[in-house]
Design a protein around this ligand. Structure first.
Ligand code: ASP
Length: 461
């Protein structure tokens, strides 16, 4: 018998109907022993997430405005769950305790965490599983940094005492036992930590989509589904804007070599997307796994004759940005030029000052700035063993009339990043998608026919 850790997101615990689906999923597979829950999310478009309402309670308390009406909405949602599920649980006692703490100046993290806490109590009663609180098990230091090893030890120690348990997501505690939450969406991290601690065979992440799509469905119509993706690829894709899973949720399970399976509570028969370690043999049947990107980057292109012979040039360049606290997103370079790609948002109005400083400290021959650039990452673990991938990509962009302003291929040869103007972004994503996913040829075909033709003609000439 194996062990599966199953995390259910906000939409999967939003109401009694969703919780009935959750129960069916758990009962269908007896290995699903440990269940992590988020707080109830939206049931319909205009609805509120319980966590948002709890943050709102805190904001009211801080401004000396009556919070009770909002807190009542939260309580009512849990009472409705209790009634719909027909469970026997003393919620009033819990509400009274939370209310008392709120009146006694409870912290924002404590208040926000109560959504997960109450949900876990309800789901534990509904499934007949034990409830295991994460306060005292998921450990942060005084400054709020997660203590991985201590957490792993404590979680394993406690959870393995229970044959089956429901565990609240999103929070742990500091040494003084005060509650500390992860950043928003952090129940994914709790699930990952638990999966690692109990050495699960798989970490299931149940949500409202059947896994990852190859490209953003707002740009590409009905994009294909990603069946399998490696952790590294996922990191590249989520860095560039694809998101389903909290970024920090990857590290614990990755360290434990545990696959993550993204599944859809509303379509439980769908196998979803499997996220596997890079060494997995199963992980190399595709060239291109996904396409992701985002707009609004700024590129500073620095040219200086004999730059490559000058020691410390790049360091000085980067130290200017460090002084301004601005992270560098990419750094493509050639012999005497270096391009620094920055996020427009993170530059935060400091561009003029940075340029002045660069002029002064680097004395470049030229310093050009390109604003309103978009970056698109085409990611695929199979591309390093395949000729013609970039040729195919660049041909597709050329045919779509898109001017490529920058190219950056990571040394892992797992992605090709192109910079285009913001206005070309959507068309570029579509062109790349079409060439790798919509053509008759399969991805392994490599060079498009006309390329082989062109090369042959040249060789013949
Ligand atoms: N309930 C929290 C949030 O809305 C955490 C989570 O759902 O993962 O961000």
């Amino acid at each position: 018998m194996g062990v599966i850790v199953s995390k259910f997101g906000g939409s999967s615990v939003a109401d009694g109907i969703q919780l009935a689906k959750l129960k069916k999923i758990i009962e269908d597979e007896s290995d699903r022993k440990y269940v992590i829950v988020s707080a109830p999310g939206r049931r319909f478009d205009q609805d509120n997430k319980v966590t948002d309402l709890l943050y709102l309670c805190k904001a009211h308390i801080d401004h000396n405005v009556d919070y009770r009406q909002i807190f009542q909405v939260v309580c009512d949602r849990f009472l409705a769950l209790k009634m719909n599920l027909g469970i026997d649980i003393d919620l009033e006692k819990e509400f009274a305790e939370i209310d008392k703490n709120m009146q006694n100046n409870a912290s924002e993290d404590y208040i926000a965490s109560r959504g997960e806490y109450l949900t876990a109590l309800v789901v534990a009663a509904y499934l007949g599983y034990d409830f295991v609180d994460t306060a005292g098990l998921i450990c942060f230091d005084e400054r709020g940094k997660l203590l991985d090893e201590e957490t792993d030890r404590r979680l394993a120690n406690e959870i393995l005492k229970h044959d089956r348990a429901v565990i609240p997501g999103f929070y742990g505690s500091k040494p003084d036992r005060s509650i500390k939450t992860f950043s928003r969406g952090g129940s994914d991290i709790t699930g990952s930590l638990v999966a690692k601690a109990v050495k699960a065979d798989v970490y299931e992440n149940w949500t409202d989509v059947s896994g990852f799509l190859v490209a953003d469905p707002r740009i590409v119509k009905n994009p294909e589904q990603i069946d399998m993706v490696s952790y590294k690829e996922l990191r590249e894709l989520s860095y560039m804007g694809a998101s389903v899973l909290h970024e920090d949720a990857i590290y614990p399970v990755r360290a434990g070599n545990i696959p993550i399976n993204i599944r859809n509570t509303n379509a439980p028969a769908h196998p979803g997307t499997l996220i596997v370690s890079d060494t997995s043999k199963k992980a190399d049947d595709k060239i291109i796994t996904g396409i992701a990107g985002s707009k609004d980057f700024v590129v500073i292109a620095i040219y200086k004759n004999m730059m490559s012979a000058e020691t410390g040039f790049v360091r000085r360049c980067l130290s200017i940005l460090e002084d301004y606290g601005i992270p560098v997103e990419h750094l493509p370079s050639s012999i005497d030029t270096i391009s620094i790609v920055l996020s427009k948002k993170k530059i935060n109005g400091k561009l003029e000052d940075i340029l002045e400083e660069m002029q002064r400290r680097l004395a470049p021959d030229s310093l050009d700035v390109y604003q309103d650039m978009a970056l698109i990452a085409t990611v695929g673990r199979g591309m390093n063993r395949r000729r013609g991938v970039s040729a195919r990509l660049f041909t597709a962009l050329y045919k779509a009339g898109i001017n490529i302003r920058m190219i950056d291929q990571g040394s892992s040869e797992m992605n090709i990043i192109v910079g285009v103007e913001n206005i070309d972004f959507e068309n570029a994503v579509r062109a790349i998608y079409d060439t790798f996913f919509e053509t008759e040829e399969d991805q392994w075909a490599g060079f498009p026919a006309e390329f082989d033709e062109g090369i042959k003609n040249r060789l013949d000439a």
